[in-house]
Every structure is written in C-alpha cells, then in structure tokens.
Design a binder for this molecule. Structure first.
Ligand code: CDP
Ligand code: MG
Length: 134
C-alpha cells in the first residue's frame, strides 16, 4: 500500500479542525498508521520545505508552519499520494474544488490548513523527517 505524509497546519489546529480533517481521510478509506502532535522548530521547517528556498513566500511559510502546534500523520491506502492531494484541493483555496478540505476550511494560500506529499520520493523523505526512526 502507498504511504503519504500529511500535516494539519497550525491555522487548522488553532481553529479546532483536527477531527473534521482526519474524518475526511478516514471516510475516504485511508488508514492512519502514524500520528503525532508537535510544534516544528525552524530547522525541521527548513528541511521540510527545502525545495521552496529562495521563493518570495519562503520566510512567511517558515514562520507560519512553526507558529504553533501541528499534527503530522502518515496515511496508507491505494494511490494514497494522489488521493490525498485531491481531497486537500488546490494550494489557493479560492481555486480549490468545492468539498475539498481547502475549499471548506482554508483561509487563504498562506493559511491553507493542510500539507501533503506530492511524489513517492517526497513522501519517503517527509516521513523520515517527521517520524524519525519509526
Ligand atoms: O502545499 P502545496 O503542495 O499545495 O503547495 P506548494 O506550491 O508546494 O507550496 C507549499 C506551501 O507554501 C503552500 O501550501 C502554502 O502554504 C505556501 N505558499 C504561500 O504561502 N504562497 C505562495 N504563493 C505559494 C505557496
Ligand atoms: Mg507542495
């Protein structure tokens, strides 16, 4: 079964949306196989978003993801990576399809409630980062 890494970002945690978001994944038939709540430090945030270094939004992105507690989880299921990206919706919630997590819950592009891996390589890299020696 394919695995993917999801983050429920601080903007969603602080608005009490953890349960609603987890329910979307569970009702889609995906299995939660690991889960932890933590506040990311700058080092972890930089590694996670390394491919965005140099972008104009990079510093704001690091500030936002480290701002408060988040939930990291691993989801497992058939085509988990693509399925979760579809359930999450587009990066800008104004462009996200109706019914997607970002359409329902996100505030704007920089407060868009969830992260999900976009390839098998990034899924493995991100799972190793958020769930070391697990
Ligand atoms: O999260 P996703 O893979 O959909 O988008 P991305 O293009 O990989 O960008 C990563 C994250 O950077 C987004 O989820 C946004 O939180 C943030 N971002 C931003 O704040 N402003 C932008 N113009 C683009 C991305
Ligand atoms: Mg991305």
């Amino acid at each position: 079964m394919e695995k993917t890494l999801v983050l429920i970002k601080p903007d969603a945690v602080e608005r009490n949306l953890i349960g609603k978001i987890l329910t979307v994944y569970e009702e889609a038939g995906l299995q939660i196989t690991a889960l932890r709540m933590l506040q990311a430090d700058l080092d972890l945030a930089r590694k996670h978003y390394a491919e965005h270094e140099g972008r104009p939004y990079f510093d704001g992105l690091l500030a936002e993801i480290t701002r408060g507690p988040l939930v990291a989880l691993i989801l497992e299921g058939g085509n988990a990576i693509g399925t979760v990206r579809t359930l999450n919706g587009k990066t800008n919630p104004k462009e996200a399809a109706p019914g997607t997590i970002r359409a329902r819950f996100a505030l704007d592009t920089s407060h868009n409630s969830v992260h999900a891996s976009d390839s098998p390589e990034n899924a493995q890299r991100e799972m190793d980062l958020w769930f070391p020696r697990g």
